[in-house]
Design a protein around this ligand. Structure first.
Ligand code: XMP
Length: 315
């Protein structure tokens, strides 16, 4: 990438030329979409509407956090509550690719509706290089359909503008720091959100379990890193497995859910190794998850696989 300041100047100029009318951008709160929104807002001001879709699949407190960030950045925005629609469309879907494609299609449906309401003809997206590299092309075998690429129907009646197309995560973070975007140090979070961390059916109840587990993993790891017990991993989260196992509550048999903890070291998400979390931190995570959700979860495991052969997310 060229220098950060030059990149920002060129990106803003290029957006001005590419978007003569109104545009919307889907803001998830992640660094990619927030940086794209900041660049587009610099370029076209109020002709941009940032749309945050509350899919019901977001992390704990995320909607309020994103609302705060968008306000702070002075970007005009709308928060759309689409949780019911998303859960209805995901009913009975367990195949990972079908899940990703369903969510991609739902996002597009919501955006199209919002774009029509706002009168936008342009869609700004925070797609970065690993998203399209891993979504497959003529040469590469499709690994996963990233929702911001794979879910995009060809017939969508909007012109797509993707200012971060050639950038890798670290470069996006540099741009975010230069622009003062608060999510610059946020860990990556997948477009299909907690749905790809729920290997069971995507129901409000299952999502609530994985949401609480993700919160605990994030909270405990941040505390341990702040206390100098470990380095902050590149990404760290929980996954709800479809496996039940036998446990014991007091003197009673329990047949509960399993949470996998995933924490990895990476530079760009293309390859990764398992983070070497101190054993006592892992034990604290396990105790807090099984203590907080004692009626649901009775087993916690740590995923020690590298990428490859695994991927970072489980779906
Ligand atoms: P995987 O699981 O493919 O993930 O090793 C690599 C990185 O990408 C994130 N990820 C996504 N990001 N849309 C995104 O914007 C998606 O559909 C998506 N799926 C995975 C993942 O969290 C990791 O950081």
């Amino acid at each position: 990438m060229q220098g950060t300041d030059d990149f920002i100047k060129d990106a803003v100029e290029s957006i001005k030329v590419k978007i003569p009318g109104k545009a919307i951008i889907a803001c998830s709160g992640g660094v990619d979409s927030m940086v794209s929104a900041a660049l587009a807002s610099k370029a076209i001001g109020d002709r941009l509407l940032a749309v945050y879709v509350d899919t019901g699949l977001m992390r704990k407190g995320e909607t309020e956090e994103v609302r705060g960030m968008l306000k702070e950045m002075g970007i005009s925005f709308k928060i759309v509550d689409a949780a019911e629609e998303f859960f209805a469309s995901l009913k009975g879907v367990t195949d990972p690719e079908k899940k990703r494609k369903t969510i991609g299609a739902m996002f597009i449906r919501v955006f199209e509706r919002e774009a029509e309401g706002f009168g936008a003809e342009y869609l700004v997206q925070g797609t970065i290089a690993p998203d399209w590299i891993e979504s497959g092309d003529d040469v590469r075998h499709t690994i996963k359909s990233h929702h911001n690429v794979g879910g995009l129907p060809k017939e969508m009646g909007m012109t797509v503008v993707e200012p971060l197309w050639d950038l890798y995560k670290e470069e996006v973070r540099e741009v975010a720091r230069a622009l003062g975007v608060r999510s610059s140090e946020r860990q990556p979070f997948p477009g299909p959100a907690l749905s790809v961390r729920c290997l069971d059916e995507v129901t409000p109840e299952n999502i609530a379990v994985v949401r609480e587990a993700c919160f605990i993993v994030e909270d405990e790891i941040k505390k341990a890193a702040a206390g100098g017990r470990m380095d902050l991993p590149w990404q760290y989260f929980a996954v709800l497995l479809p496996t039940r196992s036998v446990g014991v509550h007091g003197d009673r048999r329990a047949y509960g859910r399993t949470i996998a903890v995933r924490a990895i070291c990476s530079k760009d998400g293309m390859t990764a190794t398992c983070a070497k979390i101190p054993m006592d931190v892992l034990e604290e995570i396990s105790a807090r998850i099984t203590g907080t959700m004692k009626d649901q979860v009775n087993r916690v495991v740590y995923d020690i696989t590298s990428k490859p052969p695994a991927t970072i997310e489980w779906e």
